[in-house]
Design a protein around this ligand. Sequence first.
Ligand SMILES: [Zn+2]
Length: 176
Amino acid sequence: MKSIVAGGSRILAGLAGLAFVALLVVGTWTAARPQEPPPSSLNGHPFPVQKTDAEWRKILTSEQYDILRRAGTEMAFTGKYWNNHAKGVYRCAACGNELFRSNTKFESGTGWPSFWAPIRKGAVATRTDTSFGESRTEVLCARCGGHLGHVFDDGPKPTGLRYCMNSAAMVFVPDK
Ligand SMILES: [Zn+2]
């Protein structure tokens, strides 16, 4: 009996070791993955606001740049707006484009500001994102092409959509 238990724990230790190595490999791979800048056009239509990488670096904070221009993601529950309940408009932090209004914001429990619809049709653009080995729908600012987050189809009524945004990609302008 003793030896079976010992054998079992050895297998468990082995599995834990394997999992650790797998995590290391994935971690290294994702850290090393070059974060590509967003496209300058979508479906043949150039975004109205075009700037060089150097210009974006000058305008944006490093956090804003990492998300908007390098498709980064802020840590859940760390952003400015996931728990913001004030009335107002969320604008693109890069170009000022109006993106979302507070009346479509909902509690998603994810730690990221979540909306069930953009402020108007055409405020954001979407494209398929196949990074990290999964297919997701990336949300871009329709004016400057900046990366905002992703949209999922597990949102509330009436659209059933969940626009999962990064706080740092947006600037909230409260109603007066
Ligand atoms: Zn923008």
